[in-house]
Design a protein around this ligand. Structure first.
Ligand SMILES: [Zn+2]
Length: 122
């Protein structure tokens, strides 16, 4: 018998298994740092078609590949890419995201960032 360590669950499990019988939180918390484990868990979900309305892409050469891979695993049909001001270096902004949308128009929609300081007379 053990208590689930997921803070929103805390179910007392009577079965000795590798994960919580209510929420599937793993008994071995180190698994949560394993990309392979997480990918396997996500692949088990039967969520149906998804439209993701808020996603960012990090400024990382692998970010788009990771995004496309996760969209395939989670069956995300379309994704709204959220842009950021040009000053933000860690996340892709308008120009980079426009290139992504141009390459995959069936998968991504761009939400461009417009500064609230921009406008007529400024
Ligand atoms: Zn649990």
């Amino acid at each position: 018998m053990h208590q689930c360590e997921y803070p929103y669950c805390r179910h007392v499990n009577h079965e000795t298994s590798a994960q919580c019988e209510v929420c599937s939180f793993p008994l071995d918390k180190s698994l949560l740092k394993s990309a392979d484990y997480l990918t396997q868990q996500l692949a088990k979900l039967d969520l149906g078609p998804i439209i993701d309305f808020h996603q960012i892409l990090r400024n990382d050469v692998h970010a788009l590949d990771k995004q496309l891979r996760m969209m395939k695993i989670l069956k995300v049909e379309r994704c709204l890419l959220q842009s950021v001001p040009d000053q933000v270096q860690s996340i892709q902004g308008n120009k980079a995201l426009a290139a992504v949308v141009a390459e995959f128009p069936e998968k991504f929609v761009l939400s461009q960032y417009v500064s609230p300081m921009a406008g007529p007379g400024r």
